[in-house]
Design a protein around this ligand. Structure first.
Ligand code: TXA
Ligand code: MG
Length: 319
């Protein structure tokens, strides 16, 4: 029997038994467990091979449910919550003491969001507890945007993958923290900075400090395929200057005329950044399975979701 299923009742049963279920969200699939179950949370870290200092995002069904876990809600956090939830925004807020240290990596803050996916919202509403869920991939690898990607990472080491189809946004949530009640961007994601700034004005952008990142999603190497990956401005001249045999390309909207290229992934024929973002990881997963010598990715326009795509491609191409 396949562990991929749409049976919400079964998912509830497994989660109530302190076990894990992979859940769909609009961004990527999450590896979910009860935040109050020590054994469930330990399983998340073990299965993902994720270091314990790297805290998890907590998913809730409603803003009301947050009173249970969040101590303090700054004014701008309220505006963002009302504007973008359910949606691809995670906010790091002061936690209540009942949130276990294991979930937050010992921090006094907790990362929270309300995901925008019908099945998962229904699941969260039916449970008596919030779900901690990091992306359902092995630590450092490409995030999963469909149930088969999750299965590829964990095979039968996971009791169930709740199938919600392909993720609509396809890139992780944007993470915002608050320092002295002012918003700070910790991770670019599928809600653009422009959309956030249109709502609450300018926000500070945290620099990437590899040694002690506030959000390890900011670790410089992350989201990486197994195949060597390069991010370049000019794909054609990169191919000409180098001598790779089996080449895969990751491009925005136009095919490159060159018969020696093994495969080309075009993320949006219409040149739409939102569409491109939604296809990014799918395309990376496909390319990574082709046994290529190299993946060459083209730099995207550096605004809107193009910024988030460039961020992920930069990390994917780090040595
Ligand atoms: O779209 C998403 O955000 C997906 C779906 C499943 O919701 N989840 C996701 O989780 O991307 P994960 O664990 O792969 O990334 C969570 C990021 C990590 O970089 C973590 O360090 C950061 O959130 N984070 C979690 N709690 C934090 C906290 N208290 N302070 C700062 N960063 C935190
Ligand atoms: Mg992740």
């Amino acid at each position: 029997m396949s562990i991929i299923s749409t049976d919400i009742k079964q998912a509830i049963k497994i989660l109530n038994q302190n076990d894990l279920v992979a859940i769909p969200t609009e961004t990527v699939y999450g590896l979910a467990g009860n935040i109050y179950s020590e054994s469930a949370i330990k399983k998340i870290f073990e299965l993902k091979q994720r270091p314990l200092y790297n805290p998890l995002i907590v998913h809730v069904a409603s803003i009301g449910q947050l009173d249970e876990i969040v101590e303090d809600f700054p004014e701008k956090a309220k505006i963002l919550a009302n504007t973008f939830w359910p949606g691809p925004l995670t906010m790091v807020l002061k936690k209540k003491s009942k949130v276990p240290d294991l979930v937050t990596g010992g921090k006094n803050t907790v990362a929270v969001r309300i995901p925008n996916h019908t099945i998962t919202l229904e699941l969260l509403q039916l449970l008596d507890f919030p779900l901690a869920a990091p992306s359902a991939n092995l630590f450092g690898m490409i995030s999963p945007t469909n149930a088969v990607h999750v299965l590829d990472s964990f095979q039968n080491n996971l009791p169930m993958i709740l199938d919600g189809g392909s993720c609509q946004n396809g890139i992780e949530s944007t993470i915002i923290g608050f320092e002295n009640n002012e918003p700070v961007l910790y991770r670019l994601g599928s809600l653009s900075i422009e959309e956030i700034e249109n709502t609450i004005g300018r926000i500070k952008i945290k620099n990437n400090k590899e040694k002690s990142p506030d959000a390890p999603g900011m670790l410089s190497k992350h989201y990486a395929p197994k195949t060597a990956t390069f991010l370049v401005e000019d794909v054609v001249s990169f191919i000409q200057k180098n001598n790779y045999k089996k080449i895969g390309l990751l491009l925005f909207s136009n095919v490159i005329e060159n018969k020696t290229i093994h495969h080309q992934e075009i993320l949006s024929k219409n040149g739409d950044l939102k569409e491109a973002a939604s296809h990014l990881y799918e395309a990376m997963h496909r390319l990574d399975k082709m046994d290529l010598d190299i993946i060459i990715a083209q730099e995207f326009p550096n605004y809107g979701l193009g910024k988030s795509i460039n961020d992920r491609l930069t990390r994917a191409s780090k040595k």
